[in-house]
Design a protein around this ligand. Structure first.
Ligand code: AMP
Ligand code: MG
Length: 320
């Protein structure tokens, strides 16, 4: 962790420092409740270019823009009554909304890949919200990892990925959920889930009382929304899902308390079969097993319930 020259703990001083960095077109890694984000000023083309270059992110993959109030969301998007209701129910929190974009100097075309729509989130994370308040503008913050690799859920994952190429890292400990936000597209007649995330579809349906479509289906050969390339979240080691009996030479990612499986090396996402705990550990454990450079990482079956659906979707995409 100390290998990086510019790592600071969360504090009022680090908030001020982050704002200065953002104003000078620099990149700041910070914790959100989902995963760590790599923040930049979305109005600044130099900063946007740096961000895409560092992440090796394809230019067609738009950034999620973070706000800390409904008012700020309304400055960069058209918010109708239905969207406002959803914001009031789920924000701050792990739900990103895709809305028609209002063009102005807050967000450069290049930050949203030239789209007429914009993905916005009000995170439940003190550090990022304080920075947005002090910066007085929205900030872009995609996940702080090289495009396609496992997301970062901890400051040291960010440093492993980028070293000193990330200008500033604010270390606020581990992300609370460990998995990305759910993306809900509100630009059509029926809300569509474009990416599974922390909030699962049944909870959305129940709390919103409306029909919701799901477009993240894994057998779709084409990406369903910009940037949703099928292969993603991937370790360098080949990964296989739904494996009950690991073979010699495998690194095993277990789930639940099945004592009949004794394998070395192995990690257990949740001995008590708790899916939230499994989500919290998922990316950290994948990184740990990837470092062992075994022939394969094999993963025990995970139930397709609630956040378990999201865990399975991430693992399936990691295994392509
Ligand atoms: P991440 O790279 O984890 O921050 O995820 C960003 C994802 O948000 C992208 O891959 C897109 O799928 C989605 N996204 C961002 N902006 C838009 C948009 N305007 N319309 C649809 N999806 C979007
Ligand atoms: Mg990402």
């Amino acid at each position: 962790m100390n290998m990086h020259k510019n790592v600071f703990k969360e504090s009022n001083t680090s908030v001020k420092k982050a704002v200065k960095y953002l104003e000078r077109s620099k990149l700041v890694a910070l914790k959100t409740e989902t995963v760590y984000g790599l923040a930049c000023d979305p109005s600044n083309i130099e900063a946007i270019n740096k961000l895409y270059e560092l992440k090796k992110r394809p230019a067609f993959n738009p950034l999620i823009i973070h706000v800390n109030s409904l008012d700020l969301a309304k400055k960069i998007s058209f918010v109708n009554r239905k969207a406002e209701e959803i914001m009031k129910k789920f924000w701050p929190g792990p739900l990103t909304l895709v809305l028609p974009r209002k063009k102005n100097s807050f967000v450069h075309d290049f930050a949203v890949s030239g789209l007429e729509t914009i993905a916005i989130r009000f995170p439940n994370s003190e550090i990022i919200n304080k920075i947005i308040s002090a910066f007085k503008r929205p900030i872009a913050a995609p996940s702080a990892n090289t495009s396609g690799y496992i997301s970062s859920t901890d400051a040291h994952h960010v440093i492993e990925c980028f070293g000193n190429k990330v200008d500033l890292v604010i270390n606020s400990g581990r992300s609370n959920y460990g998995i990305e936000s759910t993306i809900l597209d509100l630009t059509g007649p029926t809300p569509i889930i474009q990416r599974l995330g922390v909030i699962d579809s049944s909870l959305l349906k129940e709390r919103l009382g409306v029909e919701i479509l799901e477009s993240h289906l894994k057998d779709n050969k084409r990406p369903n929304s910009p940037g949703q390339c099928l292969k993603h979240y991937s370790p360098k080691t080949p990964l296989k899902v739904n494996v009950n009996s690991p073979k010699i030479g495998d690194a095993f990612l277990n789930f639940g308390n099945d004592n009949s499986i004794t394998h070395d090396p192995s990690l257990n996402l949740s001995k008590s079969s708790n899916l939230n705990e499994a989500a919290y550990n998922l990316f950290d454990f994948l990184r740990k097993l990837d470092k062992l450079k075994k022939k394969r990482i094999v993963v025990a079956p995970i139930p397709y319930i609630g956040i378990g659906k999201t865990i399975n979707e991430r693992l399936e995409r990691a295994s392509i």
